[in-house]
Design a protein around this ligand. Sequence first.
Ligand SMILES: [Zn+2]
Length: 403
Amino acid sequence: MTTKLYWHDSHMTQFSAQVVACFVHHGDRVVVLDQSAFYPGGGGQPHDTGAINAARVLAVSLADHGCLLHHLEDDVPFKVGEAVACEVDWPRRLEMLQQHTGQHILSQAFWQLCGAETRGFRIFEQVAEIDLTLDGSPDALTAAIERAEELANAVVFDDRVVRLHTVTPAAAAQLPLRKESFSAECIRVVEIADFDWSPCGGTHAQHTGEVGLIAVRGWERAKRMTRVQFVCGTRALRDYRTANQTATSVACHLSVGRDEASEAVLRLLEEQKKLARRARALVELAAQAEAQALLDATPVAHGPRMIVRIFEDRDFDDVKLLAHRLVAYHGVLVLLVARTREMVRLVFARSADLPMDVNRLLQVACEKLGGRGGGKPDFAQGGGTRVAELERVISDAAASFTV
Ligand SMILES: [Zn+2]
């Protein structure tokens, strides 16, 4: 069994130890020491990283028999009995103990204010989250979360001492523990002075001030509970910087102050909706006028009036709208094309009073263009990529129309 130095001192980062075993396990070079300050992970908190001599420790895990396994980056063998100098990565440990201790504080705040229990806790790369037995309307939940956040930060600003107690299960039963411990052996209780008592084996701050700001990032309903995402300490600072940069950048684009950015975006969206409505009305007017002009320019002949046009780099939706407006007149046949360098898109349509099947014609045309298309007997659309074939395909289609 490895002596767990982190158990009594969460701030120990440098220590010496003796190698007890060194072997390859599932492809990893693993070292076992007689004592270690590396936290193996557990209770929602990830493992530490660091170094043993010059070898990088990428992961630490706890074996069934109580041994800590240090997984190395490279296959560096150590001699059994060898004395080694070890170092735990402090920035990572600090970040983890801030989130972890922050969770103790936030969970107690929800318990005191709302009677909500914490049923789950996880630390991810960017945020940590707790699952709470908390329910209510979105407004009520938002208000409850804000109150818990305020109480949690008041406890941080008090800079209360965090104490560790190793107690028997009988002694633990006398303490106002937030969650039960089912251990039959001596358990470790983490006390946040005059606020929270929890059985826990993780690494913690020494004073609540060390946790830094506790900021709720968001919440959602999940598994009939309320899941609250939060960041503490160094993470809260990083998160604030990112949020501030985003807000400042948006405000800068809109030439307003940071705190006016949200209002300005709403105004912009409203304006954009109005412009879109106006643009749709203008496109409609233009399509009607263009349809009229095309019909005026087409000589009245015996039988249907045929309108064939190829448009360069034109929006296909506009071309389809034009086709619709043209076939709203009696006796009109339409072959319209939107062409780019890479592909052509076609719409074939006819007035309701004409009998021919433009869908069949369109499919023949699309096949020749190396593409596909479809629709109804009076209105069909499609396209293809053999742009060079277009003129011939169109003249073939026009010829079969007139038959
Ligand atoms: Zn803990």
